[in-house]
Design a binder for this molecule. Sequence first.
Ligand code: CO8
Length: 258
Amino acid sequence: MAYENILTETRGSVALITLNRPKALNALSSPLMAELGDALLAADANAEIGCIVVTGSEKAFAAGADIKEMQSKGFADAYVEDFITSGWETILRVRKPVIAAVAGYALGGGCELAMMCDFIIAADSAKFGQPEINLGVIPGAGGSQRLTRFVGKSKAMDMVLTGRNMDAQEAERSGLVSRIVPAADLLDEAMKVAGRIADLSLPSVMMAKEAVNRSYETTLSEGVRFERRLFHSLFATEDQKEGMAAFVEKRQPVFKNR
Ligand code: CO8
């Protein structure tokens, strides 16, 4: 598939996907989301890839869903097309880790997309928000649910009801982002983190992602049982033998399943 709205690149074992509609601040149009979904699934299926980074530009990760595309839709169009679900949630099918590297605006669907990644590394210039209320709508790609889980009810209500933005510092304090780096270093840092993950044993990385994600979907005791099953199963891998032998022998492990 030839892409018009994103750029894709492979650096070592990391796939880098850059949202690329600069004139529209990376507004997430349906064609862009289809391309993003396609690129994500291709990276997930590529045995050479161990981790994926999704990023935007210096000014905007993404300023939301494409308002010009949505403007004329009626209820029947939105409902029948299943506007949002189609294409938008492909990212949730990706089994390898996906890191969002966010600089500038991550608003509306942009914030929701970042939250659908496995974690967010933010530039100090990042601004997160769910401003849909200003357009007479509400978040539609999980914002009211995921933001609440990240930052708690009070801050989520504040953001969703007033449409105000959070800067990078507030986002880190609130647990929305995992770390903040200077804007100039964002991509290097995100690629470094992704490279480190890609060097690890892929089955353990994928199971770690699965286990953490399960905590959102189930009770504590069920989640712990699920984790235990995965933990036990990793003792069937060569990489567990290698990882533990390397520790005992005081050397770096060389994992086979990378
Ligand atoms: N959609 C379409 N075009 C956009 C969007 C957008 N979300 N954001 C910016 N643009 C366009 C502008 O229209 C402008 O284009 P043009 O030059 O042709 O007029 C260009 O990008 C540059 O934008 P500005 O001139 O506005 O740039 P500023 O630096 O002055 O302002 C802002 C930057 C503050 C980010 C401003 O552009 C803005 O407020 N954007 C809209 C933010 C917003 O409301 N986002 C939420 C959208 S709704 C949504 O995301 C719902 C998600 C539901 C799930 C998705 C379902 C598909």
